[in-house]
Design a protein around this ligand. Structure first.
Ligand SMILES: Cc1cc2nc3c(=O)[nH]c(=O)nc-3n(C[C@H](O)[C@H](O)[C@H](O)COP(=O)(O)OP(=O)(O)OC[C@H]3O[C@@H](n4cnc5c(N)ncnc54)[C@H](O)[C@@H]3O)c2cc1C
Length: 417
């Protein structure tokens, strides 16, 4: 643990002093030919790895944290790993985890020694996540977990899972859920990759048959899993795309960091196509000689109108809420879904039946075909369009809440799924 000057209110740090201290430290410690793991240990020890955190960090305020991130980028040195461990699990452990869990898991996550997946969705608990039915029961040696999860990105390679399971069936559904750290590498955890209709295999089904979870691996309170889920989902909305490595990156540490990042980003390789690739539309219309067709032009104009108004709406919402996430996120999510659908429609009009082809000679090397079969995912992942409309209706338009037949009823008596 490192709690340097950021934790001491009497010592005032400026952006300049942080920048100067860090750049001096980099000069003294960075060697591009060192192993990545060794560099990450140094970053964690010094507190530059996660400047705003109390563990592997310096408890700096957010604005100085950004100074550190910028300076690491400017110096072209690798930082902590990208992905679920750093963006979801470690922040959740910092907020809800016991001291033992924090000490055990945060540092190896920051150094990239262990990897994570998120085990929330189930076949009958997607929109209604609180209706989940994976079951954890306590015995003398800890918890036994039985059930199934689905859509779990990275589960095939993860060392640990951030998991929600039902531990009490006699209280209303939100109150009987507990969050756990599940060790993935045990025989009673079986991971089966799913094959998507776009040919990629980004997600998995995960089956548990009396899988073991140590007693100390409960995150937060027993029965307090819904609070942990809400924290996780709030961080999930901020998940960013994997950044490209800097063009000047070279040496052993960077080679290892790029290999790690490429593997972690693999499940997301088709996400640009999922968003409909509106950026390709005009060039495609010109290339295929339909840019003067009035019907195509009208549909392109409709797409641009949607994209621009969504951008302006997002800017207005960001200014209004000054960094707080609110129901406006649902407007943005719904807008991105509408834009992707319209973009796919226009690509279909432009390419015609040839847009369905993949392989040699296909339009844009099969990218149009990938768009057409990937776009439906954006209306489902992260909350379906219908769920976003419910949120907009209730929380923005002030319409009556959807009736909830399970409110106040013990989960055992609720017809789940
Ligand atoms: C590409 C992709 C990536 C995903 N990634 C993840 C992930 O990383 N982690 C994860 O945990 N999950 C992930 N999911 C799962 C995703 O969160 C769920 O698929 C989604 O929440 C919908 O749940 P469901 O599939 O069970 O459908 P259901 O909830 O069964 O919904 C079926 C249909 O009923 C409608 N419906 C349901 N409830 C209502 C209601 N109250 N009012 C009106 N209509 C309703 C839905 O809109 C939908 O059309 C992913 C899904 C996809 C497609």
């Amino acid at each position: 643990m490192n709690d340097k000057a950021g934790g001491d209110p009497t010592k005032r740090l400026s952006a300049d002093s942080v920048r100067a201290e860090l750049s001096q430290w980099i000069v003294e410690h960075w060697n591009p030919e060192m192993p990545l793991a060794e560099w990450r240990e140094l970053l964690a020890d010094s507190g530059w790895a996660c400047p705003t955190w109390p563990i592997c960090g310096r408890s700096l305020p957010a604005e100085l944290g950004r100074v550190v991130t910028d300076e690491l980028k400017r110096a072209v040195v690798p930082g902590p790993p990208e992905g679920v461990g750093m963006t979801l699990v470690a922040p959740v452990l910092l907020e809800h985890g016991s001291d033992e869990l924090k000490q055990r898991f945060i540092r190896p996550t920051v150094t990239g020694q262990i990897t994570w997946c998120q085990l929330f969705s189930e076949p009958a608990a997607g929109s209604d996540l609180a209706g989940l039915q994976a079951r954890a029961t306590l015995d003398d040696d800890g918890w036994l977990l039985t059930g199934q999860k689905v859509w779990s990105t990275g589960a095939a390679t993860a060392d640990f899972g951030l998991l929600l399971a039902r531990t009490d069936w006699d209280v209303p559904k939100h109150q009987g859920i507990t969050a756990f750290v599940l060790p993935m590498r045990q025989p009673s955890v079986v991971v089966r990759p799913l094959r998507q209709m776009n040919g990629h295999s980004s997600f998995n089904e995960v089956f548990f048959d009396e899988a073991r979870v140590p007693a100390g691996h409960v995150i937060g309170e027993r029965g307090g899993g819904w609070q942990v889920a809400r924290t996780t989902l709030a961080h999930e909305r901020r998940l960013a795309a994997f950044p490209a490595p800097p063009s000047q990156a070279s040496g052993r540490a960077w080679r290892e960091a790029i290999a790690e990042r490429t593997a972690a980003a693999e499940p997301h390789r088709w996400y640009p196509q999922r968003a409909g690739r509106p950026d390709l539309v005009i060039a495609q219309a010109q290339a295929r000689g339909v840019a003067a067709n009035p019907v195509v032009r009208q549909e392109i104009a409709r797409l641009i109108e949607l994209a621009w108004s969504a951008r302006w709406m997002a800017n207005r919402a960001a200014t209004a809420r000054a960094g707080q996430s609110g129901p406006e996120g649902s407007l943005a999510k719904l807008a991105s879904s509408r834009i992707a659908q319209q973009a796919a429609r226009v690509h279909g009009m432009i390419a015609g039946a040839q847009g369905l082809l993949t392989g040699p000679g296909s339009v844009l090397g099969g990218t149009i075909a990938e768009i057409l079969v990937s776009v439906p995912a954006i209306s489902i992942a992260g909350g379906t369009d219908e769920i976003q409309r419910n949120i907009i209706a209730e929380r923005i338009l002030g319409l009556p809440r959807e009736p909830d037949v399970s409110a106040g009823v013990p989960f055992r008596e609720v017809r789940a799924g």
